[in-house]
Write a protein that binds this ligand. Structure first.
Ligand SMILES: Cc1cc2nc3c(=O)[nH]c(=O)nc-3n(C[C@H](O)[C@H](O)[C@H](O)COP(=O)(O)OP(=O)(O)OC[C@H]3O[C@@H](n4cnc5c(N)ncnc54)[C@H](O)[C@@H]3O)c2cc1C
Length: 397
């Protein structure tokens, strides 16, 4: 009898878990509350270690063929231009993919689903919303509303990869500790070719400004421009044509309106679940930790959770290691979520929005000095590309 793992959520974290476990010989059932995979523009950066991991499934070349290789990343000042440029090729030898891949997250989930569909031991149920979970010492039970009917599913383990509002986390009564920022983030996607108008622009640009910082990210067919909102702006105002045009015109004046049909406005939180494991049930990805997107660590960190957890489930079930191995998942990944992912993304935001001129100048001088010296630039990139986080996690016993 194959060990059966139930997974709540068919986002990147749920599907990477399903793929890893099914390839190791597990039976897997994935519940997805929506009627299809999410196709929204969300995360759009794959960091080098995530590409190394996806290469073990033969997926990285396919992602690269659908994405953009960003060899350089830039820290800019909105008025002055480039402050520091980092060449990710310095990471050669540390990873097989010394670059950021700019590629929409839905392309990963689509590719994984294609592989999973070929495996008779994997079922992905759409319109299937997990409502609650229970467990004893040998199995887990999930109450899942499939269309209009609540059904009971049984398995040996369950992974809650059901996003920020995780029903698994709620059902287990696990606190989601942290805070929500008062402002929201607006992402405008436009076909406007910024690269032809802003000198020396790379595909990944963090632009600091004491009044309105922004991030300019390229994906294959679009530029994505991320702005913070003012705390007291209504959603309606932020999303209105006039306000969208005014933000874009203020960034770069053009004699015509920008094409900017696609807009996403969302709340930003820094939260980590109090626990990532309750006996046979685990939390991973956004269900376990959420953070601001500055640094592109949400989806990447979630995929790293999935790989870490599934390797341990494989160790316990297939290689007959002691179940206490599973506790290390929480020790490693919860520490990384708090001390690395949330700490760095919060620091990135603070640096972009800093309004004290002396502090801004000092941090720009520091960044410039780091970028100019290959040794310190490599150490900086080792950290920002999340290679450092994985090395730190490995050292946690
Ligand atoms: C609007 C938005 C914009 C974002 N933009 C960026 C960005 O620009 N850059 C960046 O780095 N990150 C961004 N993120 C974060 C990034 O998308 C997440 O970190 C990443 O999707 C986490 O993957 P996940 O699989 O853990 O969760 P998700 O991708 O959220 O997947 C969870 C899945 O579970 C399903 N689900 C939820 N509840 C249930 C249930 N009870 N039963 C069954 N299924 C359920 C959901 O439908 C969903 O498909 C954004 C997130 C959001 C919400």
């Amino acid at each position: 009898m194959k060990t059966h793992v139930l997974i709540s959520g068919a986002g990147p974290v749920g599907l990477v878990s399903a793929l890893k476990l099914s390839l190791a010989g597990f039976k897997v059932t994935v519940f997805e509350s929506a009627d299809q995979l999410n196709m929204d523009l969300r995360a759009s950066t794959f960091h080098p270690p995530t590409l190394d991991m996806m290469a073990t499934f033969g997926l990285t070349d396919q992602l690269i063929s659908q994405g953009l290789i960003a060899r350089y990343t830039q820290q800019r000042d909105r008025k002055e231009g480039v402050v520091a440029e980092f060449d990710m090729e310095l990471l050669k030898g540390e990873t097989n993919f010394p670059f950021r891949l700019q590629c929409e997250q839905w392309k990963l989930t689509q590719l994984i689903k294609k592989q999973l569909d070929k495996n008779p031991d994997v079922k992905i149920l759409f319109n299937a919303k997990l409502e609650s979970v229970t467990q004893n010492n040998t199995e887990v039970e999930a109450n899942v509303k499939v269309l209009d009917e609540t059904q009971l599913f049984k398995g040996e383990y369950l992974i809650g990869a059901d996003g920020a509002w995780s029903s698994v986390r709620t059902s287990l009564g696990i606190e989601f500790e942290g805070f929500t920022y008062p402002e929201r983030f607006l992402v405008i996607s436009t076909t406007f070719p910024y690269e032809k108008h802003l000198p020396k622009l790379s595909f990944v640009n963090y632009c600091s400004d004491p009044i309105e910082w922004c991030v300019l990210l390229k994906v294959p067919s679009l530029w994505r421009v991320l702005f913070p909102t003012k705390v007291d702006e209504s959603d309606e105002d932020v999303l209105s044509d006039s306000s969208v045009q005014s933000r874009l015109q203020h960034l770069l004046h053009q004699p015509h309106d920008y094409q900017a049909d696609h807009r996403t406005l969302y709340k930003i939180h820094q939260r980590v679940a109090k626990s990532f494991r309750q006996n046979r049930i685990f939390l991973a990805g956004d269900a376990a930790h959420i953070n601001n997107p500055l640094g592109g660590m949400g989806m990447n960190g979630g995929v790293h959770d999935a790989m870490n957890l599934c390797e341990k489930l494989i160790d316990v079930v297939i290689h007959r290691k002691d179940a206490s191995v599973l506790d290390r998942y929480e020790r490693q990944r919860r520490s990384i979520a708090i001390e690395y992912i949330n700490a760095n993304t919060a620091r990135n935001k603070k640096m972009l929005e800093e309004s004290d001129p002396a502090v801004r100048l000092k941090s720009q001088q520091e960044l410039r000095a780091i970028a100019e010296n290959p040794k310190s630039a490599k150490a900086y990139l080792f950290k920002t590309s999340m290679l450092d986080a994985l090395k730190k996690a490995e050292a946690i016993l």
